[in-house]
Design a protein around this ligand. Structure first.
Ligand SMILES: Cc1cc2nc3c(=O)[nH]c(=O)nc-3n(C[C@H](O)[C@H](O)[C@H](O)COP(=O)(O)OP(=O)(O)OC[C@H]3O[C@@H](n4cnc5c(N)ncnc54)[C@H](O)[C@@H]3O)c2cc1C
Length: 459
């Protein structure tokens, strides 16, 4: 796999293409196809582009918080390449020189260079002897080393059959079978941690994740989809959900709903980026293959809700705190706009798992109160500084149906070759079809891959 996205050659056989979805995968697919000389239209269900790259903004347009993608590791090279192509400025996610906090069993710990997290819980003697760094090395990083040694990342040899045994259980159950205590498991899975991930998928994420170089796009991460969209020549039809897709020998037709009316559109091919969590709401004629239908029935999306608070002061900095924290409740606290000039700031609760779904039944005020109760445990007194709040539930979002689609244990091998495979004139893209699922990187790479496949089609 090349380090940066290669350009498609100019086509001698221009095709008409409908891209369904104006998230990062659809936008990249459209950009690359247009650059190669094809004619592209995008249809998008929402009133906005960007999909799960969604910056929540104040009334004056100033970015407040990222409801979706919040950080971009420098090691995600294809995403960075598009950021650079678009001429966008970035800045580090984390402030330097300040400390994070951990909340474990209701107790608050400031994490500085001297903190060994293993002292925060009651561990058996052998685990205590390892210390937190030793636990991480033995139980997480050794698998990363094995994966790196297999040299399969970004190659057709992924997923590696030699490491299939690391894809049988979720990480929590896997660590338990290694004899690790519940307290140690809790330490190793602190924060907004997708607990259904297998050790193999987790190792892949860690192997391609550079925690030291996390960045955000100046002015909001939604500037990236906006910049790509601005480069496109073809139209982007907003508020146009696709309801049906019908394939014929010589063309493909889609039915979209606009202002209560069904409208038909026709093209040579379709790139479909609709998340698999909701794709079964679209009617396909002929039906999708049994393999794809099995995947749609089995794909589980992670639940995530974020609640952001605009704070009158970044009072935590007086205590040398960064505003970032990891909780043992499947949550993290982020302080994404820490560098504002007037001393104000943001605290955002990023809650994953079933607790995120608990908030779905609540109204906005109740959600804010629920989230602030968690934040108060880490940053006491925070409630007194709140000026405004905004929440976002991805499982409640009808055009997402969940936060992201990381394959569950066993799925990688069970579904191998079918997750992303094209069906007739339909090409599938989206983070869920990529090895970098749950990242912009996955969306970008999948959009490029689908465009490349379509370019090679002979119909
Ligand atoms: C809470 C959260 C945190 C995240 N954190 C990070 C992070 O820190 N860093 C990172 O890199 N990534 C992160 N991600 C992942 C990243 O946001 C996604 O991987 C990426 O944005 C997905 O892009 P996509 O094009 O595959 O899908 P989407 O962005 O979902 O695009 C699909 C589009 O299809 C549209 N659509 C759906 N149904 C229809 C229909 N029937 N007709 C027409 N259009 C339809 C949708 O409205 C949507 O716009 C996060 C995501 C979430 C939710």
């Amino acid at each position: 796999m090349p380090a940066v996205p290669p350009r498609l050659a100019l086509t001698t056989d221009p095709k008409t293409v409908i891209v369904v979805g104006a998230g990062m995968s659809g936008l990249v697919a459209a950009l690359e196809l247009e650059r190669a000389g094809h004619h592209v239209q995008i249809v998008e269900a929402r009133q906005r582009i960007g999909g799960r790259v969604h910056t929540q903004r104040a009334r004056d347009g100033a970015p407040m918080a990222e409801a979706g993608a919040g950080r971009i590791p420098r090691s995600h090279r294809w995403t960075w390449d598009y950021i650079e192509q678009m001429g966008l400025a970035t800045r580090p996610l984390y402030p330097t020189g300040l400390n994070n906090v951990a909340l474990i069993d209701g107790k608050r710990w400031v994490i500085d260079a001297t903190t060994d997290l293993s002292t925060t819980v009651d561990l058996p003697p052998d685990e205590k002897a390892l210390g937190f760094a030793g636990l991480v090395n033995t139980h997480l990083l050794e698998n990363v080393e094995k994966l790196l040694a297999a040299e399969v990342i970004d190659t057709p040899a992924w997923p590696p059959s030699t490491l299939a045994h690391l894809d049988r259980l979720n990480i929590i159950d896997h660590l338990a079978t290694q004899g690790l205590s519940q307290a140690a498991i809790k330490l190793l899975t602190l924060g907004a941690f997708p607990t259904s991930i297998s050790p193999l998928m987790l190792s892949r994420v860690l192997a391609t994740y550079d925690r030291e170089s996390l960045a955000v796009i100046e002015g909001g991460n939604d500037r990236l989809p906006a910049a790509v969209a601005a480069r496109l020549r073809g139209p982007i039809l907003l508020s146009s959900p696709v309801r049906a897709v019908t394939q014929f020998a010589d063309r493909i037709e889609i039915a979209i709903e606009r202002a209560g009316q069904r409208t038909m559109m026709s093209a040579d091919a379709v790139i479909c980026t609709i998340p698999y969590s909701i794709l079964n709401k679209v009617q396909f004629e002929p039906a999708l293959s049994p393999a794809k239908q099995q995947i749609l029935a089995g794909f589980r999306y992670t639940k995530a809700t974020k609640v952001a608070f605009k704070m009158s002061a970044r009072f935590w900095e007086a205590e040398q705190l960064s505003g970032f924290a990891q909780l043992d409740t499947g949550a993290e606290i982020w302080s994404p706009r820490w560098s504002s000039d007037d001393g104000s700031g943001i605290l955002q609760l990023y809650q994953q798992g079933e607790r995120a779904a608990e908030m779905d039944a609540m109204d906005e005020a109740a959600r804010a109160q629920w989230a602030m109760e968690s934040i108060e445990k880490v940053f006491p007194g925070a409630g007194g500084h709140v000026q405004a709040s905004a929440s976002y539930s991805w499982q409640d979002d009808p055009w997402a149906g969940g936060a992201y689609g990381i394959p569950q244990p066993g799925d990688l091998f069970r579904w191998q070759g079918n997750i992303a495979s094209s069906e007739g004139r339909i090409y599938f893209a989206g983070e869920h079809t990529s090895e970098y699922s749950a990242w912009i990187e996955g969306a970008v790479r999948s959009g490029h891959r689908a465009a490349t496949e379509l370019q090679k089609a002979t119909f």
